[in-house]
Design a protein around this ligand. Structure first.
Ligand code: ING
Length: 305
C-alpha cells in the first residue's frame, strides 16, 4: 500500500512591528502561501499571534488599543484576503491569532483551515505562561494570563486528508500532557506556533538553553507519542523583545528533519511520512500493549503546592 505522505511547510514569520498595517502583515502571509504552493505544499503552519505583534509582552493601558489586537470574525474584512488566496491555491493552513469569541471572551487561538477556506478545527491555548500582573523591573512582560482566558475546547483531533491533526500553542509544547492527550485522541500530526523570547527574566540561568529547550520539548513530544510535530516561530526582535526562531519539523523518531535558518519570514518545507507514526506505534509505543495507566500512582509524598 502506498505510504501516506504530506508535503508541509512551517511558515516562520519575522517580527510584526506595531507600525505594520494589517494589509502589510497579510501580504507577508500570502507571499508565504504562494511560495509554499510553488513547492507543492499541502498544509502551511503559521505561528502563534500571526496577525499582530505579541502584545502580552507589554502592558496595554488603552482599552481600544488592547481590543484592536483581537479578531472577532475570521475571516473578517481584512483577513478575507488570506482565506481567498489560500482557497485559490487550494492550500490548507493553520493560523494563530488573538480571538474575541462570540460571547466576547478572549482566547489565544489557532484554527485549522482546509483547502476550501473552511475553518474545520479550533483550539484555544490551555497552558498560559507568565502572569496577570506587571512584573516590576522585568525588561519585558508576559501578560497572557491578563489578556486571555484558559482555553475551553480541550485538545481536539481533526481528520483532514486521511491525517489526524491536533493543534497546540507555544507554552503548551513544554507540557508532556499536551502531546499525550492528543496522541490518546489519535493525533498523528501536531501543529503549533510560538512566540518565545530569547531570554527568560525570571530564570536567567536558562537563557543559554532557550533554543535547546525549544527543540527538546518538541522532539520529546514527537518521539514519546510517535507523532509529527511542526513548531513555527514568530522570530526576531519584535517591539524590543528578541525572539527565537528555530522553526522545526520533528519526526516520530524524535529527529528534526527540517529547521529554519533565519530569524525572518522563512518557509521550511518537507515531505512527512505519516506511516512512520504507525510503525513507531506498532510496537515501541503501542499504548495498548505497553502503557499501563491503571498502575500509575504516586506513592511519594504529595508535591508541595
Ligand atoms: N511564550 C513562551 C514559551 O512558552 C516561556 C513563554 C518561555 C515560558 C520560556 C517558559 C520558558 O515559549 C509563550 N507565548 O508561551
Amino acid at each position: 500500500m502506498r505510504s501516506r505522505t504530506l508535503t508541509v511547510s512551517a511558515a516562520q514569520l519575522g517580527p510584526i512591528p506595531l507600525s505594520a498595517t494589517r494589509a502589510e502583515t497579510l501580504a507577508r502571509l500570502i507571499k508565504l502561501l504562494e511560495e509554499a504552493a510553488l513547492e507543492g505544499t499541502q498544509l502551511v503552519v503559521f505561528p502563534e499571534a500571526a496577525l499582530t505583534p505579541f502584545f502580552p509582552h507589554w502592558l496595554v493601558r488603552d482599552h481600544d488599543e488592547l481590543h484592536s489586537y483581537y479578531d472577532k470574525n475570521l475571516p473578517g474584512t481584512d483577513t478575507q484576503a488570506l482565506f481567498d488566496a489560500a482557497r485559490e491555491l487550494q492550500m490548507a493552513f493553520v493560523l494563530g491569532y488573538a480571538e474575541r469569541a462570540e460571547d466576547n471572551r478572549l482566547f489565544n487561538t489557532a484554527v485549522l483551515v482546509d483547502e476550501n477556506a473552511n475553518i474545520i478545527h479550533r483550539y484555544r491555548k490551555i497552558h498560559l505562561p507568565g502572569f496577570d500582573a506587571v512584573q516590576k523591573d522585568a525588561p519585558f512582560q508576559n501578560l497572557e494570563k491578563r489578556y486571555f482566558e484558559v482555553g475551553n475546547l480541550g485538545f481536539g483531533v481533526q481528520s483532514w486528508r486521511k491525517t489526524k491533526i491536533g493543534l497546540a500553542i507555544c507554552n503548551d509544547r513544554r507540557w508532556a500532557e499536551t502531546y499525550r492527550v492528543l496522541a490518546l485522541g489519535g493525533a498523528e500530526l501536531v501543529c503549533l506556533g510560538y512566540n518565545t523570547p530569547a531570554s527568560t527574566p525570571h530564570l536567567p540561568e536558562s537563557d543559554r538553553l532557550v533554543d535547546f529547550q525549544n527543540h527538546l520539548s518538541m522532539q520529546a513530544g514527537a518521539y514519546q507519542n510517535s507523532m509529527w510535530v511542526i513548531g513555527v516561530a514568530k522570530a526576531g526582535t519584535e517591539e524590543g523583545v528578541s525572539q527565537i526562531g528555530g522553526s522545526a519539523i520533528n519526526a516520530p523518531s524524535g529527529e528534526i528533519v527540517a529547521v529554519a535558518r533565519t530569524l525572518g519570514d522563512e518557509l521550511v518545507t518537507t515531505d512527512i511520512d505519516l506511516d512512520m507514526v504507525t510503525r513507531y506505534r506498532r510496537d515501541v509505543f503501542s499504548f495498548s500493549q505497553h502503557r499501563r495507566p491503571e498502575h500509575y500512582r504516586s506513592i511519594t509524598e504529595p508535591v508541595a503546592r
